[in-house]
Design a binder for this molecule. Structure first.
Ligand code: AMP
Length: 623
């Protein structure tokens, strides 16, 4: 039987390689794009979501069109992030593994440029690059693009959003005029339309799904809760989905850090991904997530760009994004490669209008979901456990030797009693925690008169005092006295200038006299505590004050669950610190982790902690 990729015009070597990857049938985007792109004679615009098989859609035709006997760059693929760059290069290497003399290089910031230059010198036909590092290399006159026949702009909307427009112009000006340009974008804002017009000649346009439409495999749900119950709602959603493998999106770096820290403390296997982490820290977090050693990745929009992990079951919008289009990118992290996924929004009733706007834009209805009751969670967890016990792989060779002793221990119990006890082992903890759990669902209008997500005291200190947030607290074994000396020593102020100290778990608030506030900021500029960057913010600026968390504060099953290796294989608190690093980008390379704006500063370098990451300027559509 002829292979369906062969029918599309792909040669045997490549067909065999994709077969090895388990690709049996082309995805819809591949089916539509491959025959068109194989012609090699047209510019092309493909409106497609991430996770739809886009890379093979342009990668397979490229491999057919390139002359691998010639060791010169013939195709250039530009993409917004280092992660995506590595992913595309890796995919292309896999697709071309049976082609003699095929060379693909990945060029991205935050990695050794010498190694990349060496690979280029040795001869490559396909260059996959992030714009900043590509320009560096062009500036060194280390690459010759005069033989480039195809340029692919992948995730064009994201590249523009990240301020790469000028870089792209500069890079493209070094490629021949008669090259063909293929542009892929998940959304089609007017700026992308403009580039299509400027860079392309009568492009063939293919739309997979409706414009700006979310992936059809994704269900969209929203939960209405009171602002103070958001964290508890998140936990309940997670507990109700014992096999969740999800990304939780927050607006600020501080929120990601804060929520990850609380989740870890409460026994969940989570970590934060945000722009204050060094590239190395980000890689580590991503590796753990990719290898499924972590269940929940708490991320900002910027940091999560280019996250390309299959089988993500849930995307949770802990806060709705500032820009409507970011929602499509967020939800596109799930429902990849034909799998189904759920995108959840935890909102307060005032945000209902935003949900309606999203429905109009992505052309899909959101389902109003009810947060499960404590009883529902217990039942779900119980049967998840029962299912796991039933399906666990038994290592007879190892366990057999203990069976006589185990049978002995249970000799006085009936089969039913043994089962009850095993089931109770985990069930009791959920039961304890959830037995008095409140109904978290809020009715529309319930937010009236609420303090607001962060509490009305936010930002207000006593008369004459400035209230500051610090990312250290009692879990760092600080007493109020310790905190006072820590503030005085680092802020270089006397104890009399310090007002109230409000010691919390992973953070605290303290007051200093208005007159010395700047001095304290200065003093804390580069202070570390246990290898973690200490952050100070004016309370009210960046998001220090906690959202709700009645359940969280009660401690719940956090402590207990951690030690006992419950469902989540909890990583205890050990890794928590790893997310607190403040590593900035490595110098030299222009795009570091791939985030840069017009000013030449890394986007992720912008704004203090807790601020929105990588604000995308005026061009993006706000609510
Ligand atoms: P992409 O949109 O290119 O990032 O692809 C998303 C995921 O789908 C990747 O893990 C690919 O390996 C996988 N994929 C792409 N094309 C196919 C196919 N035809 N059959 C099965 N999986 C595919």
């Amino acid at each position: 039987m002829t292979n369906p990729f062969q029918l599309l015009g792909i040669s045997d070597d490549v067909v065999n390689a994709v077969k090895d990857l388990g690709f049996e049938n082309p995805t819809p985007i591949q089916e539509q794009s491959i025959p068109v792109l194989l012609e090699g004679t047209n510019d092309f615009v493909g409106l497609a979501q991430t996770g739809t098989g886009k890379t093979a859609a342009f990668g397979l035709p490229l491999l057919e069109l390139i002359d691998f006997k010639v060791n010169k760059p013939q195709a250039l693929i530009l993409c917004p992030t280092r992660e995506l760059c590595l992913q595309i290069a890796n995919d292309l290497k896999n697709f071309s593994k049976n082609i003699a003399n095929a060379h693909v290089v990945a060029v991205y910031g935050g990695a050794n440029i010498m190694q990349q230059l060496r690979e280029i010198r040795q001869g490559v036909q396909i260059v996959v690059a992030t714009p900043g590092r590509m320009l560096d290399i062009i500036g060194r006159k280390a690459i010759d693009f005069s033989n480039v026949k195809y340029v692919v702009l992948d995730e064009a909307d994201e590249m523009l959003n990240m301020g790469f427009q000028d870089d792209i112009n500069d890079i493209l000006s070094t490629t021949p005029d008669d090259k063909k340009t293929w542009l892929f974008s998940a959304t089609m804002p007017s700026e992308v339309r403009r580039i299509a017009k400027n860079y392309m000649d009568n492009p063939i346009e293919l739309t997979m799904g409706t414009k700006n439409t979310g992936n059809v495999n994704i269900d969209h749900e929203y939960y209405i809760v009171r602002a103070r119950d958001k964290y508890a709602a998140l936990k309940r959603i997670v507990d109700f989905n014992p096999d969740i493998f999800g990304v939780v999106f927050c607006k600020t770096k501080l929120d990601t850090q804060d929520i990850a820290e609380h989740l870890i403390k409460d026994g969940y296997n989570a970590d934060a991904l945000h722009g204050d982490l060094s590239q190395q820290q980000r890689d580590k977090v991503m590796q753990r997530f990719r290898e499924r050693n972590m269940q929940l990745l708490i991320a900002t929009d910027v940091a999560a760009r280019g996250i390309d992990v299959n089988n993500v079951t849930h995307v949770i919008n802990y806060s709705l994004p500032d820009e409507i289009e970011s929602y499509t990118h967020r939800s596109g992290r799930t429902g990849r490669a034909g799998k189904t996924g759920v995108s959840i929004c935890i909102i307060n009733s005032k945000e209902l209008g935003k949900i309606r706007q999203l429905e109009r834009i992505i052309g899909k209805q959101f389902t109003k979901a009810e947060l499960p009751t404590g009883f529902d969670v217990c039942e779900k967890q119980l049967f998840s456990l029962v299912h796991k016990v039933h399906n666990v792989e038994v290592n007879n060779e190892q366990i057999d030797q203990y069976i006589p002793r185990i049978m002995d221990e249970f000799a006085d119990l009936t089969k039913e009693e043994v089962i009850k006890r095993f089931a109770s082992l985990e069930f009791n903890r959920f039961l304890d925690y959830y037995s008095k759990a409140p109904d978290l669902n809020a009715a529309v209008g319930d937010d009236r008169g609420e303090r607001g997500e962060r509490g009305e005291r936010r930002g207000r200190g006593s008369e004459g005092y400035t209230r500051l947030f610090i990312n250290l607290g009692s879990v760092d074994e600080f007493t109020r006295g310790d905190m006072l000396s820590f503030i005085c020593n680092n802020g270089k102020i006397g104890g009399k200038s310090v007002g109230k100290i409000d010691l919390k778990g992973v953070f605290s608030f303290f007051e200093v006299e208005d007159a010395v506030a700047d001095k304290v900021f200065e003093g804390f500029k580069s202070v570390e505590f246990n290898g973690r960057q200490v952050r100070i913010e004016r309370s009210g600026e960046g998001g220090g004050e906690r959202r709700g968390g009645g359940e969280r504060r009660s401690g719940g099953f956090g402590g207990e669950r951690r030690g006992s290796g419950g469902y989540r294989g909890g990583n205890g608190g050990g890794d928590r610190r790893s997310s607190g690093g403040s590593g900035r980008r490595e110098g030299g390379s222009r795009d570091g982790g791939g985030f840069r704006d017009f000013s030449g500063r890394s986007r992720e370098d912008k704004g203090g902690n807790g601020r929105r990451e990588g604000g995308s300027g005026e061009r993006r559509k706000k609510w």
